[in-house]
Design a protein around this ligand. Sequence first.
Ligand code: SF4
Length: 1024
Amino acid sequence: MTPFLAQLAELCHTERARAKWVIVPTHTLGHTLGERLALQGNGWANVRFATPLDVALPMAAPFLVERGVDPAPDGIGPALIMRLLLDLPSTVPAYFRALAEQPQMAEALWATMAELRLAGITAAALPADAFANSSKHTELQALLASYEDHLVARRLADRALVYREALLHLDVCPIQAADLRIELPTIIWTPLERRLLDSLPGARVTPRAVALPGLDVPRRMTSLAAPADTMPPAPASNSERLALLMSPAGAPLSDDTLTMFCAGGREAEVEEVFRRIAQAGGALDQVEIACAMPEQATLVWEKAQRHEWPVTIGPGIPVALTRPGRALLAFCAWVAGGLAASGLRRMLQSGDVRLGASRGSEGEGDGLTAGQAARLLARAEATWGRQTYSAALDRLIESLQGRAADPEQADEARARYAERAAQAQRLKEWTAALLALVPEQPALPLGQWLDAAVAFVKTIARKSSELDGEASVALTESLADLRALGDLARPASEALALIKSRVDDLTVGGDRARPGHLHVTTLADAGHAGRPRTFVLGLEEGGVFPALVEDPVLLDAERQRIDAALRTSEDRSAEALYRIVGQLGSLGGRVCLSFSCRDLRQARATFPSWVLLQAVRVLKPGENWTYDRLVDELGEPVSAVPSEPGRALSDAGWWLAGLRRTDATAVPAVREGFPALAQGATAEAARESDVFTAYDGLVPEAGPRLDPRVSGAAVSPTSLEDLAKCPFRYFLQRGLGLDPINDAEPDPDVWLDPMTRGSLLHGLYAAIMREIRDRRETPDPARHGPRLREMGKRALAEHRALVPPPSDGVFERETRDFLNDLDLFIKFEAEDQGRRPLGFEVAFGGATEGETLGRREPVTIDLGAGLRFKLRGRIDRIDQMADGTYDAVDYKTGGAFLPGGLEATFAGGRQLQHALYALAAAELLRARDGAARVVGSYYFPTARGRRERQIRPVSTQAQAVEVLRDLFDVLGAGAFAHTPSEDDCRFCEFDRACGREPTRRAAAKIDQTGNTILDAYRRLQAHE
Ligand code: SF4
């Protein structure tokens, strides 16, 4: 028991009925002291634990209320100061205003203002000669005066005003003359608090405190803390000898109450503490963990959650770690980043937002989970900007609805596409609602941004725990505090930075030590709960004491000249040192000190604090201790893996500890313990063999369902070419209905992706050629060039409204190239008068767009010997040549490239379009010319395509029969091998589904002729 607590116990015993006021800095501490007294068997009555504000309020409030003055809202300070600073008249010299946009500047200014106010310093009393820079003095004085005026004008009272008012009404003090009052020793109160405490009635009892040998009492403690009766430490154990930290003396005791260890990382340090707690047994509420670095408290909390240990966290958990906090930060980043779809996708993938009224664990809403929404958004290929979402999702919905109505698809697949279309519609509505929250104009009153943030937290951010609920309330209240600034118009970036700083500053879930719970606190507050076992974590060099850095607003020299009560950087260090040594000395019981020798996140070595060096001197005095010897003394750093399986806290820890010193002979045991791992190993062995197995794409059951000769479903030339390129990918896409996850960030140098560019060019080629055909004209660059350019510009403008370009420079460059390709198209058409265009975008099995050659139904191709199937598609153009033959032309708007090379005819089935379109065109032309001879060709009419034209002769169509038969036999067998060619994988987005080296493994299986099921695929590959 500390001398102060023993003194309280005595008072409770000797002054049983008398009112005893104990002045403490926080209610939490008061509760803890009261509880500790009772737990140690000291009954007490009429003890009032109160803060100075608790005492001042009943003295000041009636008089303030009578004058219509309300308490100033907590937490508005930094934002208010920012506003007041920006509103200062231009006649006041600007010193801090240039930095006012930085949220940290507002925080620093507010902290200084509050400090000045609680030191009783008014604007009028701010001495000019204290400042080296007169502009700084003038601006700071004007700011302080403006704050004082604000309080008067709004009839508000801050803490400083409450204390001042209380000092005027000592006659109504709740502490009576007959009462006892005692202050917690060594607490450095503010000057106004000190004045109040010194003026209170009641019999003052001098508190007792332990002297800390070798340590000077901090300068401000002598004037602002209560005078105390100090007594030399009388340690009864090694842990109590920590009071001698600064002056190790005397003989150590033969007990193990003070231990130390070194860990190989901060996570390992926490894990080791947990292991030691578990190993020692006993109740969790007998243990306190004190963190030298506040962020470690969060790490301990996370670990406790993982092991499901009940825990109380004194400093609380940063709101930024809760779902509502994370979601609001992601929302701010998304808005600040130009509403980029990648940002929204990450927000959805995080699981921190919900899509509907339901509050399920997946954040789902009306049949759409956040994960599904993220995938749909990726498929929609939205880019950035407000307009992109609705346009991209409309395109996706249309495409999904088209696939849902596609007769080539199986019933199950169609139902799946219809469901996805409905989900995309739901996502479109959700994004519209989300975008409606985001103010549109760049500079708007802050109130609108605050409303948006509050609405986001309330309706979109997910809450899945009590802590999330607390965070949601804390955030909305904290943002509501800023309403006083509602009419201040600020740019979006500043408004978002202000909201973000709010999130960063808030913590929730802070609690005192409670029965049944492990307690986590900071080192500065260690030991108040009086638990018999304490772990002090994070005793790293540079992490225990504040850095000796001057305040950014008031320098040390200015502080000294303004008022001796203001804290300088040296005071801050000395006070922290005194407090921490005092807390360590008061711990008692069993104490374990530790540090981590690695910061794994920053991949750097870390070193022990001098506190550890002093502690080892306390433990083993009389030896010549250095840091090197200390490190040797602490021994091998502990790791996250326990030294013995018996010390493990989880299954994973048990396995890892068990495997520490074993070799491959342990593998069977691991596989027996983890059947999924064993299954994975079996699959890998099968893939690595030269036998074609179920793990490589052998699915015989799927054959009849996907073979169009059997199923009767219509197929397109593109899908058949895809099958030839990689049967495995075909099975994933069309057999299993999988889509790749597109998580690539948009390229800041690209606006029109190849597919969009090609689709726009195809549409414009058809539109201009239809106009020319309908007017019976011939292509003429002078006449039709400007017209096509105009149509092109309009198409680009429409696309721009939907998908904003990443920059003006990219837009200009791509527009120039695009229009240049349109000019080339007309020029080439004018020069190529040997062909008569008959139809453009001629569809078979889809909307005909008025083309007389087109038809809504697929065509049936019957090549004899059972090779009969339905084909659907769209021929870019059908021309009649001078010799009366026909050409089914396929435009290629990229470079002059075809899969398998320009010289190939079929390239193992990768080039099929020419033959299939020629067959289909002959069918479509039958009514007009029963003996039509049709060739198929590829035409590259752009600058990159260099006007390449590849015509495949009619004779290739006979070969096509063999190619198609082999292709369909691959399907029929259900042999969906991976491609053996790396070229096919180059732009494939399914690579994550293919395991290691799929092409090498596939080649081994294809080369193994014993795999007869791959015969058809081998034949297919041989068609050049
Ligand atoms: S990555 Fe290669 S092997 Fe895998 S699915 Fe794509 S094309 Fe086929």
